[in-house]
Design a protein around this ligand. Structure first.
Ligand SMILES: [Zn+2]
Length: 220
């Protein structure tokens, strides 16, 4: 059974249209999860394909944003600069089906930088979290920690400044707790886990279940 299908995208920055590999949902098999719920896949590593990258201008965003998220006029130059730098630093990108961990690290590095200069804290938080997971797969602990700290900074900014949707709030609160815990800020971790558990008690969600367990751990 094939693992990939192709979807058409139109780049909102340069107008390029291209087809890009997507992973069939049947081919996504989560074998286990780390403590911060990082999925570990059997077979295709679906994480590698979660950002869409324009082969022409290198604009790289999560699928929900690619082709749709408007790049504000006053951020255009900064985004273009990031993409020019990526071209210089990385050369050609591998956007095919057969991708390595290093290929994925490049793509998530670009996405994290794009969301950062766009001041899009929700996107930056997720891009840095997933970049940290890729560094973990590669065994680069120092880089992982730096990316986790950046992710936390953007999750905090997002929670403070923007409207977090009710659907997403358990996930955001979980990562505010979990990233603080991973970075050694116990008190802060307890604060966020307890907020999540108290506010969403009884709601079925993997984030709430995990937060209840972590809350016990950090309090003990
Ligand atoms: Zn483009």
């Amino acid at each position: 059974m094939p693992s990939f299908w192709y979807k058409e995208f139109v780049c909102q920055l340069c107008g390029n249209d291209f087809s890009y590999p997507r992973v069939f949902s049947d081919a996504i098999i989560v074998e286990s999860r780390d403590e911060d719920l990082k999925p570990n896949f059997k077979g295709v590593n679906a994480l590698y394909y979660q950002v869409i990258s324009c082969p022409k201008c290198y604009l790289t965003l999560f699928e929900r944003d690619f082709g749709t998220l408007e790049i504000p006029e006053d951020k255009l130059d900064k985004v273009k600069k990031v993409l020019e730098n990526a071209k210089k630093e990385f050369g050609s990108l591998n956007l095919g089906e057969e991708r390595s961990l290093d290929d994925a690290i490049k793509l998530f590095s670009i996405a994290a930088a794009v969301y950062t200069v766009m001041e899009h804290s929700r996107g930056a938080a997720e891009a840095y979290l997933k970049l940290a997971w890729l560094y973990r797969e590669k065994g680069l602990e120092k880089e992982e920690k730096i990316a986790l700290a950046k992710s936390l900074k953007f999750f905090e900014k997002h929670f403070k400044e923007e409207i977090t949707s009710e659907k997403e709030e358990p996930m955001i609160l979980f990562y505010l707790g979990e990233l603080n815990k991973l970075l050694g800020n116990r008190k802060e971790a307890v604060k966020w886990f307890s907020m999540l558990v108290n506010k969403y008690r009884g709601v079925p969600s993997p984030y709430i279940k995990a937060a209840q367990e972590r809350w016990q751990e950090v309090r003990d």
